[in-house]
Design a protein around this ligand. Structure first.
Ligand SMILES: [Zn+2]
Length: 344
């Protein structure tokens, strides 16, 4: 069998070549509005009853689960939010940024960020890495708790919470909707001491650009209620066997990423060291306005991308298309994002 090449002869002309622009226009003008009905109907007439069905709003629950060695990882969605693309690369001409986005079929004015949050079950502990934007940040975000429950856990089940950095989309879900009690009441918390100091003193307020000063106010609401349950650590510290923090400063002063090892498998949790599926990889030198210390942020980004490419490790990126898992390939002296296939 293997020695016989499979012969394939199409019985019909290719679909695209068969439909003229005129026929498409005619179909649209007639109200049919669909490629399948253009040119006389490729699949026959649609039943008329289809037109009466209600539109349904909503979406499937946002959780995705897979095994990494002996660990079970669940990527929880906190939803999404939009940012102006003017924040994307402060050191590049605007027209160049727009052309690059257009070439990747992306809008040029607004960028949609997903929020993909990892929950790691080591077999003995349940560890959440960041907590999303909470109920009072943006209407399109704050869905972490709903998706945690949909995935089979309650907030009370979480043993440890690691905070990669203090931006709203990562920590404003720490306390409940009344802004009093911790949302994950049985957890102990971990954050780098540099990051804790930056947000709980006046540093953030003094150093952030005007448009980001609200971040400082929010952090001062969110962090004090967990102070006595929080370990402030130096990067390199182990959160649990196989889960190690890595210093990737620059996006914020004490920003951390994680390396998660189980068996022979490794996943790098980039947090916001990497933020965009095309810009961060193909143009790691483009500097987002959201990176506070831009020299350091670029150095951290290049270091982490190099590590991921060298180790061929799986990477989780928070703000790209859900669930945000893939690999980093070298492309000359820059990189290319290769999304991982969804595992059913
Ligand atoms: Zn973020």
């Amino acid at each position: 069998m293997a020695s016989n090449p499979v012969k394939f002869r199409p019985r019909h002309k290719p679909l695209v070549g068969d439909i003229s622009r005129r026929r498409l226009l005619v179909a649209g003008a007639a109200g049919a509005g669909g490629l399948l009905l253009a040119g006389g109907g490729l699949t026959g007439k649609l039943p008329a009853a289809h037109a009466a069905a209600d539109m349904k709003d909503g979406q499937i629950p946002g959780w995705y689960r897979f095994k990494l060695g002996k660990f079970e990882i669940t990527i929880l969605s906190d939803g999404s939010y939009e940012l102006p693309t003017t924040l994307m690369a402060t050191n590049q001409p605007r027209e160049e940024v727009k052309a690059f986005l257009t070439s990747n079929f992306l809008p040029t004015e607004t960028r949609t960020s997903h929020v993909n949050i990892p929950l790691i079950n080591t077999g003995s502990e349940l560890i959440l890495v960041d907590v999303g934007g909470g109920p009072n940040w943006m209407a399109t975000a704050g869905r972490l708790t709903d998706n945690l429950r949909a995935s089979g856990y309650e907030p009370e089940d979480v043993d440890k919470v690691v905070l990669t950095h203090g931006h709203p989309d990562h920590i404003w879900g720490l306390i409940d909707e009344f802004e009093e009690a911790p949302r994950f009441p049985n957890a102990t918390y971990y954050i780098s001491s540099d990051e804790w100091d930056f947000w709980t003193t006046d540093q953030a307020e003094q150093r952030l650009a005007e448009q980001f000063k609200g971040f400082a106010i929010g952090a001062k609401r969110q962090l004090p209620p967990i102070a006595d349950k929080t370990t402030r650590l130096r990067p390199g510290a182990e959160i649990a066997p196989g889960i190690i923090t890595v210093g990737t400063p620059g996006h914020t002063p004490g920003h951390m990423s994680l390396v998660v090892n189980s068996g022979t498998e490794t996943m790098i949790v980039s947090a916001d060291c990497v933020t965009h599926p095309f810009v961060s990889f193909e143009h790691p030198g483009w500097r987002p306005a959201t990176d506070l210390e831009q020299d350091k942020a670029e150095a951290s980004r290049r270091k982490l991308l190099d590590m991921a490419a060298t180790e061929k490790a799986l990477m989780l990126v928070y703000h790209i298309s859900y669930p945000g898992l893939g690999h980093v390939a070298r492309a000359g002296d820059v990189y290319r994002w290769v999304p991982a296939m969804w595992r059913w």
